[in-house]
Design a protein around this ligand. Structure first.
Ligand code: DX5
Ligand code: ZN
Length: 233
């Protein structure tokens, strides 16, 4: 399991210090939420900030683009230092072309589905995905409650990837905490994004251990087998 802290809940007045603290605490990923005030009702940051952060961090930059028509800005984010760009299925007119363009830029490509979008929206692009992300809250804000139906979507996504021979990691984002981590890992989540639950309880090294310990208690999911054979995505 990879824990990807969401920058949205970090101290925006001290981002450089935050990134260094995460690295020192043993984290390897940084989930960076980009919001445009249009696809979601909130605005965060863009390529110039990521470029500056890139200078002071070796963390893997997982950049979650919650913006309309992301194809306009892929090169700008890649140049800024993103290691992976995750676009929303709902925001792309031609999702396959957008994913191909990300790969052409030499970085990893991912796609996300919002809570009201079924995971089958990603079915035709499975071969183009390095990451497939289930949003377990409505995108736009940190600190929201986990939507329980997301567990079923994670299972369905794993089944779909297995059936289609996909290599993508299964990621989940929104309301993730050590309490729901065992169920998420059992359902097949491999990357857990956490904002408020992670940053609200420093020190970061100890908080990382809370999530890892929780993940280690995951029991095999009895629903796995059923989803491996049916097509409920
Ligand atoms: C929400 C963002 C999330 C958010 C998660 O739109 O995509 O990455 O930061 O924050 P928590 O863990 O607080 O739900
Ligand atoms: Zn996110």
């Amino acid at each position: 399991m990879i824990l990807a802290p969401s920058l949205l809940s970090a101290d925006f007045g001290n981002l450089e210090r935050e990134l260094r603290a995460l690295e020192d605490a043993g984290l390897t990923w940084m989930h960076i939420d980009v919001m445009d005030g249009s696809f979601v009702p909130n605005i965060t940051l863009g390529p110039p900030v990521i470029k500056r952060l890139r200078k002071c961090s070796r963390l893997f930059f997982d950049v979650h683009l919650m913006i309309v028509a992301p194809e306009r800005l892929l090169a700008a984010f890649a140049d800024a230092g993103a290691d992976m760009l995750v676009v929303h299925a709902e925001a792309c007119t031609h999702l396959d072309d957008t994913l191909r363009e990300i790969r052409r830029l030499g970085i990893k490509a991912g796609a996300a589905v919002s809570p009201d979008t079924p995971v089958r929206a990603l079915e035709s692009v499975v071969p183009l995905l390095d990451s497939a992300l289930v949003m377990s809250v409505h995108p736009g804000f940190g600190g929201q409650a986990f939507i329980p139906e997301s567990l079923g979507k994670v299972r369905a996504l794993r089944a779909m990837l297995r059936e289609r021979g996909g290599q993508a990691v299964t990621a989940v984002d929104g309301g993730v905490d050590p309490d729901n981590t065992p169920d998420l890992v059992a359902a097949g989540a491999e990357v857990l994004v956490s904002g408020s639950a992670f940053f609200s309880r420093p020190p970061y090294a100890a908080r990382l251990q809370d999530f890892l310990r929780a993940a280690a208690t995951a029991r095999p999911d009895p629903q796995h087998r059923r989803c491996g054979t049916d097509r409920d995505y």
